[in-house]
Design a protein around this ligand. Structure first.
Ligand SMILES: [Zn+2]
Length: 82
């Protein structure tokens, strides 16, 4: 089995890297936590499902005017290693 990974469009942010959901006011997006704002995720052949589309380029959203960085709580609570 090949472990080679290919880039596919990130689904929650629709390859834009910016996620805007019900929690976000109009015009405000947050950096997509799934792809970390890259707009794609790398999947190996056995992870790909039928609705994954090959990633070509990051999509530009016309509806976003402000990007708010929201830290993952997991990252927030990660304490320095001693
Ligand atoms: Zn994303």
């Amino acid at each position: 089995m090949s472990s080679e990974k290919l880039k596919f469009e990130c689904i929650p942010c629709k390859a834009s890297g910016i996620y805007s959901g019900r929690c976000e006011p109009e015009g405000v997006g947050v950096i997509c936590t799934r792809c970390k704002g890259e707009g794609y995720e790398e999947l190996s052949a056995d992870e790909v499902v039928s609705y994954n589309k090959p990633f070509v380029e990051k999509k530009i959203r016309g509806d976003i005017i402000l990007v708010e960085f929201r830290m993952q709580y997991e990252e927030f609570v990660k304490l320095p290693q001693h």
